[in-house]
Design a protein around this ligand. Structure first.
Ligand code: ZN
Length: 242
């Protein structure tokens, strides 16, 4: 069983297409949310994700914010400006789809959320303290989250006391032994100083997890960002991965 795990696509169709072609065949796709926001291609990304086989798709904070009752006050100025433009670009059908997405899901031994199991849409799991607090919110052995745009693994020891965090090496499958919280990184706006799109391949039977990175045509996305009147910062950051 091969599952494509993606998150934080952020309306970057070029990065999404690069991920889908480099992933090869897969049996199911798990998308952890933030299909839109920041980038130039929100409708195309929603429609591409919706068509993936055996899809589980969760709601991210940007997906929530583009809805008619979405709260955009919590975003920084550029993100908010991008969200307002994104709202204007999205079709009513795609806004309704994003609004209908669940905040969490559970499959096999995995709990899925955009931000964290404790506060699914908004909380960032960046360090061991927050990871530890979140382990008590899951009934499963493993959780997969996005939202930070940084590929990362937090493991909890068998006594459930110690948390170890590390950045997994790309293209190297890891066998999951302890309880862990996994983050596949971001397809459309990586923030770990590596501008390549990030995603993961999960085998839930063999319990292996592999981070993969793929280069894509960043300049073409930057051009579309500027053409659509989105903030320049959202174009600049793609080239350096911040
Ligand atoms: Zn995001």
């Amino acid at each position: 069983m091969k599952i494509l795990v993606i998150s934080d696509i952020h309306a970057n169709l070029t990065a999404l297409e690069a991920v889908l072609s480099s992933a090869g065949a897969f049996d199911a796709a798990w998308c952890l949310g933030d299909l839109v926001g920041y980038g130039p291609d929100p409708n195309e990304c929603v429609e591409r994700v919706r068509a993936l086989p055996n899809l589980i798709c969760l709601q991210g904070n940007h997906d929530d914010a583009v809805g008619p009752f979405g709260n955009i006050a919590e975003f920084n100025d550029d993100a908010r400006a991008a969200l307002l433009i994104t709202r204007g670009m999205l079709t009513a059908e795609n806004i309704a789809y994003l609004g209908s997405l669940p905040e969490t899901a559970e499959r096999e031994t995995f709990t899925l959320a955009h931000g964290s199991p404790r506060r699914p849409v908004w909380e960032y799991i960046m360090e061991p303290y927050t990871a530890q607090a979140n382990f008590s919110y899951i009934q499963t052995d493993h959780a997969i989250v996005g939202h930070t745009h940084i590929p990362m693994i937090f493991t909890q020891d068998r006594l459930r006391k110690k948390i170890h965090s590390f950045t997994p090496k790309g293209n190297t499958p890891i066998t999951l032994q302890d309880r862990c919280i996994l983050n596949p990184g971001s397809v459309g706006q990586p923030r770990d100083n590596d501008p390549r799109a990030s995603f993961a391949i999960l085998d839930p039977d063999a319990l292996t997890w592999e981070i993969r990175r793929v280069a894509y045509d960043i300049q073409s996305v930057q051009k579309r960002i500027l053409e659509k009147g989105l903030p320049e910062r959202e174009a600049l950051r793609l080239a350096a991965g911040w």
